[in-house]
Structures are given as C-alpha cells and as structure tokens.
Design a protein around this ligand. Sequence first.
Ligand code: NAP
Length: 330
Amino acid sequence: MKAAYIDETGPPEVIQVGELPTPELESQQVLVRVGAVAVNPIDTYIRGGANYFPLPTPYIVGCDLAGTVEAIGPDVTQCSIGDRVWGSNAGIFSRQGSFAEYAAVDECWLYPTPASVSDEEAAAIALVGITAHLGLFLRGQLQEHECVMINGGSGAVGSTLIQMAKAAGANVIATAGSEEKLTVCRNLGADLAIDYRAKNLNEMVREFVPEGVDLYWETAREPDLDRGIGLLAKWGRMILIAGREARPVFPVGPFYSKCCTLLGLVMFAASSEEQRVCGEEINRLLATKTLRPKIDRVLPLSEAAGAHRIQEEATIHRRGNLCGKIVLKP
Ligand SMILES: NC(=O)c1ccc[n+]([C@@H]2O[C@H](COP(=O)([O-])OP(=O)(O)OC[C@H]3O[C@@H](n4cnc5c(N)ncnc54)[C@H](OP(=O)(O)O)[C@@H]3O)[C@@H](O)[C@H]2O)c1
C-alpha cells in the first residue's frame, strides 16, 4: 500500500511516500481503507523528534483518519465491513499512524461517519473536535449562557471551539490575527472578535462582559497568563493545551482572589470511553450541520512533507496564512 512514513525523525523532508505492506489485523482491530487524513501540529512534533514515546521503524505519520471498513478482526463487535468510520489516536503510544491507503485501528477509537458527512470533513474534525469537546465540557464544565473566550479562534482548534461553544448556548469572544480571520471567527458564530494585538483588548472584553470571562481557552504555545487570568470572572476557569517549553509568569493575586481554576488538557490522555462521548456528540453536530469543520486545503498524500511544512510554519513559526485543517487524500 502507499504510505507516508519516516525511518528517522527530522525536518519535513524525512517523510517519504512509498510502498509498505498492508497492516495485519490484531483481533480487536479494523482495517480502514483510508479516504482522507488530516494534519495536526502533534504530527509535526513527533516527526521532528519530540520523543514522547518510542516509534516503530518505519513509522507511518498521522493521527486522524476517515474511510471505509475493509476487514475486521475476530473480536470486533461495533464495526462491519463496508461501514464508513472516522477517528483519531493513530500514530501515538508507539502505534502506527494513519497517512496510508490502509490503517489497522483498534475499534475503540472509531466512530460511524454520518451519511451526509464526507471523509474529508470527518478526518478534519477528528483530533480537534475531540479536544474541543473534552475541554469545553469534561474539563471546563461549560454551562449555557456562560462566556467563553478563545485566544486563537481562527485556528483548527479555535474554529471548532467557537462552533461547539455557540451550540451549547454560550457567548463567545474570539481573537485572531488579521481582519480576514476575524471575519472567519464572526462567521463561525463568535459574538465578539478582537485582534489579539489590539492595545485595547482588555477594555473591549470588559465592555462586552463586565463580570469577566467564565472560561478562557488559550491555544497559544506561549500563554499570557497575566492577561488571561486578568480577564477571568470570579470562579473563572482557564484551559491550557500547548507550550511544553513555556514557563510564563503566573499572576497569583488575581488567580486566587477570584477563586479561579487552571485546567490542563491533553486529548490523548482521555480514555476511549471519554473520547467516544465526544465522538457521538460531534456526529450529532456534524449531521445537523451545526458543526462544519474548517478545512483550509485538500492535498494528495504525496504532498505529506509539504503539508507538514505548512502546518509547522503556521503553528510554530506563526507564518503563512493557514486557516483550519490541511486534509490529505491517499
Ligand atoms: N493538548 C491537546 O490535546 C491539543 C490538541 C490539539 C492541539 N493542541 C495544540 O494547540 C495549538 C493549536 O492547535 P491548532 O491545530 O488549532 O493550530 P493552528 O490551526 O495552527 O492554530 C493556531 C492559532 O494560534 C493563533 N495565534 C497565533 N499567534 C497568536 C498570538 N500571538 N496570540 C493568540 N493567538 C495566536 C492563530 O491565529 P491567527 O492565524 O489568526 O494568527 C491560530 O488561531 C497547537 O500548539 C497544538 O499543538 C493541543
């Protein structure tokens, strides 16, 4: 089968696209004929040598996928041949990744794809949709009519958060870095969209929500805790998802005196049961078109290295004009 893989970690150019054997199934695995995959920042960290866990050699890159069930192991109970499925969690904890014509995936990480949803859309929402749902509801305990602020609302995670938070009945403030991306945030449902460089950002937020923000979601890898915690309401919560190297100043006074809570989240730490709750709710939102994955571009799998470069430029170096997911098709 055709696959995008690495023999050693390094820059995007270490990704090769070539022939590898079609994977053998373990008893609880499903062989998915891949229709589409999506690039995530973590794919680039792993390929770059982040060393979160040992990698098989060769290592097929990628976490997310959507496609059609081609074969099932003897202990599979939820999936049948011919079913359309999507999921994340490939390529981590020493498992093989998804960027190939076929992927063997434990059935616990797969969800049925609604008939009205394309493989491109399902792959694009996988990791970011589960992350957003875990953070807003399991970790963040978001309630109807609360105010959520998303720092980085036009990105892949941010664009999903805006839509999910609106669907839950929250008021949403989003930041972005250009007029075009502020318009994207508004079109996704943000009630207030602000340039994250605006000198009067704090004033604009306080004018919109004088009591402060109930849930502040930071997508940046170098979080400004002083600003975020400063904007929180009494009993406010802040969610951090990025920045392993970051060691920001922590504003103790405003944090404890407002009885705030700081929540960390890594999607892969959630159990398959917790993630399935997210998958089922994402399916409901996708099927009703309440949630529309933000796809920036669709490329052939042969351009996996270029796709990694574009993702890395956008997320790490903050260059380029990516706005949502890069989807690849084998
Ligand atoms: N912990 C987890 O489970 C988990 C899961 C998914 C992702 N993540 C992490 O979350 C981060 C975002 O992922 P993603 O897929 O959404 O990446 P992305 O699509 O590249 O989005 C990055 C976002 O950061 C914004 N941004 C850039 N500079 C900023 C600044 N100075 N202030 C505020 N926002 C700024 C961008 O806004 P503009 O484009 O408008 O400039 C964009 O919205 C990555 O670091 C990723 O590794 C963690």
